[in-house]
Design a protein around this ligand. Structure first.
Ligand code: MN
Length: 197
């Protein structure tokens, strides 16, 4: 099985009260696991059977015959990245290299908060809000469904999952509240800085 479900980088209760253990049980144990299982079924017996996840994503993007594989493989990658973007007692203004780049490329932390939240709130339907590094500069962007900047030659450094399954048990329809909490209480800026390094 070349694609595996990684453990969460913290206990499932660790993000409470902001994201409940029950949300993580379903989100990691059911949703993320299903993407892993589906992707493995779709590569079995094909020329991608032993490829690494990033290769599978880059070789299936834009190919209508491989749309199912792209969706599942990209969702595996996006979720693993998302778990790493959060930690207990995270959030608030960053320090280090990412703060300098937020100041120079985005016009400061206040602008980052406003634009990142706006990207997540205005993603119609399921998708993801991203902070990415493109041509050496930070940008805020959003993608629909399973799509990922990784498939388009852009380096992700932070993501928030805005599929309803990410927040519905804890926030119901209040996606803006979930995003505000993600920014204020959950972002793992150490991980973001490690992605920039
Ligand atoms: Mn999700």
């Amino acid at each position: 099985m070349p694609i595996t479900l990684p453990d969460l980088p913290y206990p499932k209760e660790a993000l409470e009260p902001h994201i409940s253990a029950r949300t993580l049980e379903f989100h990691h144990g059911k949703h993320h696991k299903a993407y892993v299982d589906n992707a493995n079924k779709l590569i079995e017996g094909t020329d991608l059977a032993n490829a690494d996840l990033e290769t599978i994503i880059k070789k299936s993007v834009g190919d209508p015959a491989k749309a199912g594989l792209f969706n599942n493989a990209a969702q595996v990658w996006n979720h693993t990245f998302y778990w790493n973007c959060m930690k207990p007692n995270g959030g608030g203004p960053p320090t280090g290299a990412v703060l300098q780049k937020i100041n120079s490329d985005l016009g400061g932390y206040g602008k980052f908060v406003e634009e990142f939240k706006n990207a997540g709130v205005t993603q119609f339907g399921s998708g993801w809000a991203w902070l990415v590094l493109k041509d050496g500069k930070l940008q805020i962007t959003k993608t629909g469904n399973a799509d990922t900047p990784l498939a388009h030659g852009v380096k992700p450094v932070l993501v928030a999952d805005v599929w309803e399954h990410a927040y519905y048990l804890d926030y119901q329809n209040r996606r803006p509240d979930y995003l505000a909490t993600f920014i204020d209480k959950l972002i793992n800026w150490d991980f973001v800085n490690s992605c920039l390094a």
